[in-house]
Design a protein around this ligand. Structure first.
Ligand SMILES: [Zn+2]
Length: 71
């Protein structure tokens, strides 16, 4: 009787762990998508680049160092 209850608690805990891990992974994925998939326009050459590739300077994203220096 006691073993059965213990087993149920362990199984419930494992299910909770798996579910918690999955939901955490999804959250991280969502955050990654938000950062890397957002397209921004380079103010100098008007090329669209993803924020991940861009060079940030005073709140603007530049596609390359050339554009950053030409601004
Ligand atoms: Zn540019």
């Amino acid at each position: 009787m006691l073993l059965k209850i213990l087993g149920l608690i362990i199984i419930g805990f494992l299910i909770y762990l798996i579910f918690f891990k999955k939901s955490r992974k999804n959250d991280i994925k969502k955050d990654d998508k938000l950062i890397s998939d957002e397209m921004v326009e380079c103010p100098t050459c008007k090329t669209f680049i993803s924020q991940k590739e861009g060079i940030v300077s005073s709140g603007k994203f530049y596609c390359s160092n050339d554009c950053l220096n030409k601004r």
